[in-house]
Write a protein that binds this ligand. Sequence first.
Ligand code: C2E
Ligand code: CA
Ligand code: CA
Ligand code: CA
Length: 286
Amino acid sequence: DIAMYRAKLAGGNRYQVFSEDMHLMARDRLSLEIGLRQAIERDEFTLLYQPIYRLRDNALYGFEALIRWQHPTQGFLLPDRFIPLAEETGLILPIGDWVIWRACRDLQYWHEQFPQCQLSVNVNLSNRQLMHPALPEQVLAALEQTQIPPHCLHLEMTESVGIDQPDQVRETLCKLKAQGIKLSLDDFGTGYSSLRYLTHLPIDILKVDRSFVKLITETEQRPLVIDAIVSLAKGLALEVVAEGVEHPYQVTRLRELGCDYVQGYYFSRPLTTEQVSALLAQIHTP
Ligand code: C2E
Ligand code: CA
Ligand code: CA
Ligand code: CA
């Protein structure tokens, strides 16, 4: 009957549209994956560096390395566009290794050029990297080659680290920490089992997620959540970094609360290596 025929046709069309979408998505994904496989050899990744300041004396403390991909046809890609795919495909292992080496070499150069400042560099690690037993050796090889003091390398991981293979991850972290490398818990407060991790993993530093920093408004008298996080960190003898700081009144509050370090657009956007060198030259001109 006609009604039935129409419904089928409509359904059929819908199906067709849906499947074309899927096809497009799969094709996009595949071409992105092919590109990702060649990106290292073709030297298409770069690191930007966002300054981190110490509130105690307002000194430049170090930088967080943030990856970018100069894609041959799609332009400058942010990590959200390709890191998830890199994690799924396992390509995060060679890419992550590249990031560690690049960051250590860049820091080595800045240490040589500006020996007065004991700057540190923060490198983001995916869980996949932390579950890989070769990670400590790779990190130590990079430190050895570049002669960077281990305490100047900070490794950032999220609260979901160690959800899979907790013993393996713990062992890896203990090895890194035993060498003097600093371990930092990123996006703190957004995961689901923060407290358990704090007591089970050898963490040195908490990075308060920017969603909490956002809660510090101009009129807020007591930013309770941040206050609680900073107190918690102090009680556990951890240092605290606030990220996503965009306004001067947030800096004032964070200082009052005893936060140790700040990072965010208020101080600086992520910089190219040339911009970092210029910043350091400016700071260290006699
Ligand atoms: P994340 O580790 O939480 O890094 C902070 C992100 O916030 C960066 O975005 C940074 O540019 C941005 N940001 C900094 N200050 C502000 C601010 O004041 N306001 C706002 N709204 N945003 C700010 P980006 O560079 O796009 O990186 C996004 C995420 O990609 C990172 O989040 C990190 O999870 C991941 N990522 C970046 N580089 C790497 C890498 O080398 N390896 C791995 N595995 N992940 C990376
Ligand atoms: Ca980070
Ligand atoms: Ca973060
Ligand atoms: Ca994040």
